[in-house]
Design a binder for this molecule. Structure first.
Ligand SMILES: C[S@@+](CC[C@H](N)C(=O)[O-])C[C@H]1O[C@@H](n2cnc3c(N)ncnc32)[C@H](O)[C@@H]1O
Length: 237
């Protein structure tokens, strides 16, 4: 199948926004895993004095996770889907959190400029048309020494990881997506993971983009070998 991209993908997320929180709410560990990845950024002082970017914030689940790890930070949360953002902004947020409607490709036009002390991107990179260009952009938005945290379904590379992912999609994700009226988006979720980088390949992509201290950390539970946290730093230049 052809994967969804750009305007087509945003339209699919706009449509899926209403049911999104309900669907991810029944995914065991969804919110806990986001919080785990956000914590792994090891942001100092509860984020006091830090400026953070949540790229592809959706309905705000990753923003909430970032806020748990850094309750005192300023957080700019960006998403290309107006429908997903509409759900995000109805939730209660402290003053330091703001939401911007923009695609990662058009951040500057939307007035989102660096430097940021950290960029968090949860379930975004599989969806962008040009992951290398997006990584270069993230790097340019980071202050020297700034951190990147990517939370992503990137398979571990063993045949069993791919088999478990496909079984979960066939048994749960695709039927749930059909019931919610979002069959296309959830088929995209399945295929985009199968066709995206494995975890070692994405780590290598981060290194190629100029990130230092790249590390890949696993998730517990059924997502072992399926979802990972990727960490890296912009060097001092
Ligand atoms: C699977 S959702 C994840 C949302 C949130 N980060 C979370 O963890 O629940 C992916 C989000 O990325 C957004 N997205 C995809 N491509 C994008 C792009 N090029 N620019 C900005 N946002 C994008 C989608 O609109 C969607 O809301």
């Amino acid at each position: 199948m052809t994967l969804l991209h750009d305007a087509e993908l945003s339209a699919a997320f706009d449509h899926a926004a209403l049911a999104y929180d309900r669907l991810v709410g029944v995914n065991p560990g969804y919110h806990a895993h986001l919080r785990r990845s956000a914590r792994r950024l090891r942001l100092p002082r509860g984020g006091a004095g830090l400026r953070l970017l949540d790229l592809g914030c959706g309905t705000g689940a990753s923003t909430a996770a970032l806020l748990t790890a850094a309750p005192h930070a300023e957080i700019v949360a960006v998403d290309a889907s107006a429908g997903m953002l509409e759900r995000a902004v109805t939730k209660p947020w402290p003053d330091g959190v703001s939401f911007v409607h923009a695609s990662v490709e058009r951040l500057a036009e939307a007035g989102v400029t660096g430097p940021f002390d950290a960029v968090f991107a949860a379930y975004l990179f599989r969806n962008v048309t040009d992951p290398d260009r997006t990584l270069a952009l993230v790097r340019s938005l980071l202050a020297p020494g700034g951190r990147i945290g990517v939370h992503e379904y990137a398979l571990g590379g063993r045949a069993v990881d791919r088999a478990v992912w496909t079984a979960v999609c066939r048994g749960v994700v695709l039927p749930a997506g059909r019931l919610a009226g979002d069959a296309g988006l959830y088929r995209h979720l399945w295929r985009s993971v199968v066709e995206f980088d494995t975890a070692p390949a994405f780590a290598e992509r981060l290194r190629r983009a100029g990130f230092a201290e790249v590390r890949v950390l696993p998730m517990p539970g059924w997502q072992t070998g399926i979802a990972h946290t990727f960490l890296g730093r912009r060097g001092s230049r």
